[in-house]
Design a protein around this ligand. Structure first.
Ligand code: SAM
Ligand code: SF4
Length: 433
């Protein structure tokens, strides 16, 4: 049976990082262009696609729980189920063996095949997980973005770092870079559509190298900074071993680059950083924080922390807690170490007991919550510039936006300020502002 895409109703659920969000936005655009319609629920859809994350075991478990719901639905109605992203790449055909209700599997490098897969013969199961070393082109108007104000722009895919705990190099493959000419084409397109903010995406954006003319990350930032209409530029993720003083300088000198940086430290202990194969020590990291703050005293810094890495002693953990107190990040994302297949760390004994990991995580989060509450409270009375992203999802009487530091600010206004910059006086706050 051949399945045509016209009027096919589809629903996508996305797990994981901003890269996955951006991949899903591109897929929605492609399917719409092929005549399919985005639907509000799986119940009202002919096709369900789950975009998956394999970074921690928990994220994989979430897929299985959602798949269980979709399987039950498939017993009641005709439904095509597709799984894309990192779990698809990791398990390939084994995923279909385990879950026969799945009709197709596509890796992070193959989701552009989905319209073709759907228009070809059916119900044969399809598995498409081959990497391509080349950047796959797409046109900026093929992307169906969730926000009309702030847009993700992917500048690279994959990663060559092989941090010992991380599955990404195995699921997203080797680094490949998008040509600067195509990045600028997309940024100009977004500016012409009224977008005010862009977030440049990649697993390690600092190593960007233009495949056409060899230009690096600094030249990329300078070029994007010159695009008229884009007021705020952010980028994620930076790697401490590749983030240089020259990059900090270009952040300071470029009018539109926000004084905000996500710089994942992972651990405050140099011996654990070595075991993680991160390529920097605690002191190297603190030096980078030092020059960033010297250049931009107003910079907002965030980080990622893993507790309970194999061999992490109480003293190693204390050094992480101490680093948080020293740096006073605006925000952190913290996780218990989760052994992942294929990684170097998975060959080591997962030595920190589950309960100890949990206690360390709770303590880290409590320390950080206190820091955030203190820092945010000190902002009461200040007037901050906020980019209004829309209405608050829980209380539609409020508007919601972010300040330059990427903190959420909710506020009232008599006029419609969506897509506009507004000066907001901070009158109250919580730890998460
Ligand atoms: N490329 C980015 C980087 O280097 O920070 C992001 C990689 S990953 C998608 C996001 C975060 O997940 C990492 O910074 C790390 O803190 C966490 N993470 C990755 N693998 C993990 C694991 N096996 N267990 C726990 N957390 C993990
Ligand atoms: Fe994973 Fe390390 Fe690459 Fe980030 S830099 S994606 S943590 S291997």
């Amino acid at each position: 049976m051949s399945k045509k895409l016209k009027n096919l109703k589809f629903w996508i659920h996305t797990f994981g990082c901003q890269m996955n969000e951006n991949d899903s936005e591109r897929l929605v655009g492609l399917l719409r262009r092929a005549g399919a319609e985005l639907s509000v629920s799986p119940e009202s859809s002919d096709l369900v696609i789950i975009n998956t994350c394999a970074v921690r075991e928990k994220s994989e478990e979430k897929l299985y729980s959602l798949l269980g719901r979709m399987e039950a639905l498939k017993k009641r109605k005709k439904l095509i189920i597709g799984v894309m992203g990192c779990v698809a790449q990791l398990h390939k055909s084994r995923l279909i063996e385990k879950k026969p209700s799945i009709d197709f599997i596509v890796g992070p490098d193959n989701y552009l095949d989905i319209p073709r897969i759907l228009s070809e013969s059916w119900p044969d199961k399809v598995i498409s997980t081959r990497w391509s070393p080349h950047w796959h082109g797409f046109s900026p108007d093929d992307v169906s973005r969730k926000s009309p104000v702030s847009a993700y722009v992917t500048i690279m895919e994959g990663c060559n770092n092989f941090c010992s705990y991380c599955i990404v190099p195995f699921t997203r493959g080797q680094e490949k870079f998008r040509p600067l000419s195509r990045i600028l084409e997309e940024v100009r397109y977004l500016a012409s559509r009224g977008y005010k903010e862009i977030q440049l995406l990649g697993q390690n954006v600092n190593v960007y190298r233009d495949p056409e003319k060899g230009r690096g990350f600094i030249e990329l930032l300078e070029a994007v900074n010159r695009v008229k209409g884009i007021e705020w530029i952010r980028f994620i993720t930076s790697h401490p071993k590749n983030f240089s003083p020259a990059m900090a300088q270009v952040m300071k000198d470029s009018e539109h680059v926000c004084h905000q940086l996500h710089l994942p430290v992972q651990s405050g202990s140099s011996s654990i950083l070595e075991a993680m194969n991160r390529g920097y020590t605690r002191d190297d990291y603190l030096d980078k924080i030092g020059f960033l703050r010297d250049l931009m005293p107003d910079i907002s810094l965030s980080t990622d922390i893993i507790v309970g890495f194999p061999g992490e002693t109480e003293e190693d953990y204390r050094q992480t807690a101490d680093l948080l107190r020293q740096v006073r990040f605006t925000n952190i994302f913290s996780f218990c170490y989760s052994p992942r297949p294929l990684t170097a760390a998975a060959k080591k004994t997962d030595s920190v007991p589950f309960e100890v990991k949990g206690q360390r995580l709770m303590e880290i989060q409590r320390i950080q919550k206190d820091i955030q509450l203190e820092e945010n409270t000190s902002m009461i009375g200040d007037v901050v510039k906020v980019l209004c992203l829309g209405r608050n999802k829980r209380d539609s009487r409020l508007y919601s936006g972010r300040n330059q530091g990427h903190q959420v600010v909710n506020f009232t206004s008599d006029s419609d300020v969506i897509k506009r910059f507004v000066d907001v006086r901070i009158v109250s706050c919580g730890p998460y502002l």
